[in-house]
Design a protein around this ligand. Structure first.
Ligand code: ATP
Ligand code: MG
Length: 418
């Protein structure tokens, strides 16, 4: 128990750190190129924010949140996703009064959901995300989709399927929901219990149910019932995606199913080893959300990208990036005086950008060479009594097994050149 991480959590171990760093780097660079700025919001928020901002009728709020009372009797929830906190911060810090659009991103944001742990489904996972406020043209929908694709591409993840849909707006959705309910009503007894509960408050989510969706293939689609504004927006989105050379499919079954989610929704998916599908990135437009949470009416759009799922896809395809080169140099010393000189030399090397270390475990000379081999260093610098007196060091090339004497004053420059 004591030495076992809680169910559904994972350590990011040193052997994988470079992969996370690479994902963070590509995220940062792609976002900078497109004019996005970083935001970090707290790991916990008032529970009410998620009830309103994610939605009372969603699985996330109904079943998956880590909610507790703090010592001041406030109901607190660990963030299950990144959008609600970003919207709260946008409103609280009056970003709506700045030049719009405000383009934000977050990197490796920890998210918590009480889900049944299984492959690709954790209780603490991490999301990259972007949110754009104050841009209503479909060009920004296309921009964030392209950005997601570019980030995946930069991480060796290509050939994922991009599925898009439109779930309309309050203007066209009401009439559609009536049509949908008329279609669903006679089928209700055959649907699962959760869907029966969804029927009144959130019937669109029924189309998203893994169990029931196959029975509902002839359901009316929101896409066929869009108002002029929403239909025009979707046409523009398709045009922009085409102009950027992005392939996509239209999937009328992607829903977000909440009043304030509007127009564009999309997913970037791949096949999972278990025969199912794995969603790496999902997002959509939420033109009603800022207002819903107490800010001025401001259009918004964003996506979330699961980092553990990116890593899973890299592993599935053997496209993980190569591990960075190990240390450049190990300094091997014999005796206290040599060690003192070694400490000094290592700090000089590091100051010049050369990855250097020395033995900190008081190993014998022989064991230090073994250590050098284990670390895979290509060069070893030897400092012992004789060398110290002569003002030189020995530079050993581990691959060529050759050795040369170099003046102590020259060694750093020599290594910089090589
Ligand atoms: P799913 O359909 O897989 O449950 P979702 O619709 O709940 O996903 P979103 O809320 O859109 O997911 O979250 C965005 C991304 O975060 C997902 O596409 C996925 O990559 C990742 N994600 C979501 N839940 C988990 C989880 N429990 N463990 C790991 N990654 C997750
Ligand atoms: Mg989920």
């Amino acid at each position: 128990m004591l030495t076992q991480a809680p169910k559904g959590t994972q350590d990011m171990l040193p052997k994988d750190a470079y992969r996370w760093q690479e994902i963070a780097r590509t995220m940062r660079e792609a976002c900078a190129l497109a004019g996005y700025q970083e935001i970090r919001t707290p790991i916990f928020e008032h529970t009410e924010l998620f009830q309103r901002g994610v939605g009372d009728t969603t699985d996330v709020v109904q079943k998956e949140m880590y909610t507790f009372e703090d010592k001041g009797n406030r109901s607190i929830t660990l963030k299950p996703e990144g959008t609600a906190g970003a919207v709260r911060a946008f409103i609280e810090s009056h970003m709506y009064a700045e030049t719009l659009p405000v383009k934000l991103y977050y990197s490796a944001c920890p998210c918590f959901r009480y889900e049944k742990p299984q492959s690709g489904r954790l209780r603490q996972f991490h999301q990259n995300g972007v949110e754009v406020f104050g841009a209503k043209d479909a060009s920004v929908d296309a921009e964030i989709i392209k950005l997601a694709m570019d980030i995946l591409h930069a991480n060796g993840i290509d050939g994922l399927r991009l599925n898009i849909n439109s779930i309309g707006c309050p203007n066209c959705r009401a009439a559609y929901l009536e049509k949908l309910k008329a279609y669903l009503e006679p089928k209700l007894p055959t649907l699962c219990k959760t869907c029966q509960e969804r029927f009144e408050r959130n019937p669109m989510r029924i189309l998203d149910c893994k169990e029931d969706a196959p029975k509902l293939t002839d359901a009316p689609a929101m896409l066929d019932n869009l108002c002029e504004d929403c239909a025009g927006h979707f046409e523009k989105l398709k045009g922009y995606l085409g102009a950027m050379g992005l392939d996509y499919a239209i999937d009328p079954r992607i829903v977000r199913g909440l009043d304030y989610y509007t127009k564009t929704v999309f997913e970037i998916i791949t096949d999972a080893p278990d025969g199912g599908e794995l969603t790496v990135c999902g997002g959509g437009r939420y033109d009603g959300l800022v207002e819903e949470l107490g800010g001025p009416a401001t259009p918004g759009i964003g996506w979330g990208m699961g980092i553990e799922r990116m890593i899973m896809v890299q592993d599935m395809r053997g496209s993980a990036p190569a591990a960075p080169a190990p240390l450049d140099v190990l300094v091997v010393t014999l005796g206290d005086d040599a060690r003192m000189e070694g400490v000094k030399l290592v700090s000089e090397l590091r100051a010049k950008g050369i990855k250097a270390d020395l033995d900190h475990a008081a190993r014998s000379m022989k064991a230090q060479f073994k250590y050098a081999n284990k670390l895979g260093v290509k060069k070893v610098i030897v400092i012992a009594g004789d060398e110290l007196e002569k003002g030189v060091v020995k530079l050993r090339d581990m691959e060529a097994s050759s050795e040369a004497e170099v003046a102590r004053g020259e060694i750093v420059n020599l290594l910089i050149r090589n």
